[in-house]
Design a protein around this ligand. Structure first.
Ligand code: SF4
Ligand code: SF4
Length: 383
C-alpha cells in the first residue's frame, strides 16, 4: 500500500502524506457517513479532486477529535486503512514546517519540538540568572514590594519582549500569507461580514471539537467532552493572560500607574484567573494526549504538542509562584526563570501547536467563504 501511495504521490506532485489524505478523501467522498461530525466532510463534499491546496485546507480544518476514526467501518485492519485523523495530523505538521519563517527553525522544531523548547527555556533562564549573579542582584535587589523593575529595568523588559512580539507577528504573517496563497481560489462574491462572523464564532467556541455533539474520542469508542474543556481552559487562559498584560501596559503608559499592582487589581485578577486556566488546560491536554489511542497519534504532531504544552504549563506555574512570592528574597531568581521560559514560549510560538490555532482560523475563514459560494464541479466540461 505504501509504495503505491508513494508512486501516486510522485506522479501527482503531492507529498506521500498529502497523497494519503487525497486517497482517503476519495473513499470518504463515496461513503459520507461522517458528514455530521465536523466541517471537514462538508468541505470534502464540495470537491471531486484533492490537490495540495485542498489537502492542506482540509488538514487544518480538522480538530483531531477522533470521532471519524472510531465510527469508520473502513479503519484498519480493513484493507482500505482509512484513518482520517492520523493522515490529517501528518499533513498539518508539514504545513507548519512548509510555511514557517525562517524555514530551518520550523524543520528543527517539527522533529524535536519538546527538546528545542526545553533547551531554549533552560538556556535563556540560565542566561538571565547569570546576568543577575554577575551584577550582584540575584539575591539582593528585590525591594520587598514585589517590584520586578528593581531587578530588570522596565526599558530592558519592553525592548526584549517588544522584539519577541514583533518576531511572532512577522513569522505568523508570512506563514499565513503563504498558506492562504496555496489554498484553492473561487472568485464568486460572498458577504464577507457574514463569513467573518461565522469563522470567528467557530474559532471562539471551538466548534467542531465535539465530534458532532457527543465529544472527542480519546482512548476508545466512548466520547468525552474533557478534551474540549481543556482546550477552552488553555485558549481562554492564554487570552486572559494577554488581556492582563494589555491592561497593565495601559495602566503604565496611559494612566501613569506603574507596577506592582495589588492582588485585587484588574491586571492581577486577569493574570491569576488566566494562569490557573493555563495550569489546568495544558496539564489536562497532556494527560489526555498520553491516553490517546495509538492509531490516532502522529509522532511529529505529538513532539510539537508536547513542547508547546510544557512551555505553557511552566510559564503559568512560574508566573503564579512569582506573584505569590514577589515580596520574598526568591523573587529575582524566580523572575529570571519565568522570563527565560516566557521568552522561549514567544520564540517557538510560530512553529508548534500554537500555529494550529492560527492556521485553523485561516482554514475556518476559507470554509466560511467557500460554503457561501455556488458549487462548481465542472463535471463533463471541456478543459
Ligand atoms: S471516515 Fe470512514 S466512515 Fe467516515 S466518511 Fe470516511 S470512510 Fe466513511
Ligand atoms: S478527526 Fe474529528 S475533526 Fe478531524 S476529520 Fe475526523 S471528525 Fe473531523
Amino acid at each position: 500500500m505504501q509504495s503505491l501511495i508513494d508512486q501516486v504521490a510522485a506522479e501527482s506532485g503531492l507529498t506521500p502524506g498529502e497523497s494519503e489524505v487525497a486517497r482517503q478523501m476519495v473513499i470518504c467522498n463515496a461513503c459520507r457517513y461522517c458528514e455530521g461530525y465536523c466541517a471537514v466532510f462538508p468541505a470534502m463534499e464540495r470537491r471531486l479532486e484533492f490537490g495540495r491546496g485542498d489537502v492542506q485546507f482540509l488538514a487544518n480544518l480538522c480538530h483531531d477529535c477522533g470521532a471519524c476514526l472510531h465510527a469508520c467501518q473502513y479503519a484498519p485492519p480493513h484493507e482500505f486503512a482509512v484513518n482520517v485523523p492520523a493522515a490529517m495530523a501528518a499533513v498539518r505538521s508539514t504545513t507548519y514546517e512548509a510555511h514557517a519563517w525562517p524555514a530551518a527553525f520550523g524543520a528543527l522544531y517539527r522533529r524535536q519540538g519538546a527538546w528545542v523548547a526545553a533547551a531554549l527555556a533552560g538556556g535563556l533562564a540560565l542566561f538571565f540568572l547569570l546576568g543577575l549573579a554577575r551584577n550582584g542582584t540575584l539575591a539582593g535587589a528585590a525591594d520587598g514590594r514585589g517590584n520586578f523593575y528593581s531587578v530588570f529595568p522596565h526599558g530592558l523588559m519592553v525592548t526584549i519582549f517588544g522584539l519577541a512580539s514583533l518576531w511572532i507577528v512577522l513569522a505568523f504573517a508570512i506563514g499565513v500569507v503563504r498558506f492562504w496563497r496555496g489554498l484553492p481560489v473561487r472568485n464568486d462574491p460572498v458577504s464577507m461580514t457574514a463569513a467573518t462572523v461565522d469563522a470567528a464564532g467557530a474559532a471562539l467556541t471551538l466548534r467542531y471539537l465535539d465530534g458532532g455533539g457527543d465529544g472527542c474520542n480519546v482512548e476508545d469508542d466512548r466520547p468525552t467532552h474533557w478534551r474540549r474543556r481543556f482546550h477552552h481552559l488553555t485558549f481562554y487562559g492564554f487570552a486572559l493572560c494577554f488581556a492582563s498584560t494589555s491592561v497593565a501596559t495601559l495602566y503604565h503608559y496611559a494612566l501613569g500607574w506603574p507596577a506592582p499592582y495589588p492582588y485585587l487589581s484588574l491586571p492581577v485578577v486577569l493574570g491569576t484567573v488566566g494562569g490557573v486556566g493555563l495550569l489546568i488546560g495544558p496539564l489536562g491536554l497532556m494527560v489526555l494526549g498520553g491516553r490517546r489511542h495509538p492509531m490516532q497519534s502522529h509522532r511529529a504532531q505529538k513532539a510539537m504538542d508536547h513542547g508547546f504544552l510544557v512551555l505553557l504549563f511552566a510559564t503559568s506555574l512560574t508566573g503564579l509562584l512569582l506573584l505569590f512570592l514577589r515580596e520574598t528574597a526568591a523573587m529575582p531568581a524566580l523572575l529570571a526563570v519565568h522570563l527565560g521560559i516566557v521568552l522561549a514560549l514567544f520564540a517557538t510560538l510560530p512553529y508548534g501547536k500554537f500555529a494550529h490555532a492560527v492556521y485553523r482560523v485561516a482554514a475556518l475563514a476559507k470554509d466560511a467563504i467557500e460554503k457561501r459560494q455556488p458549487r462548481h464541479f465542472d463535471v463533463g466540461s471541456e478543459p
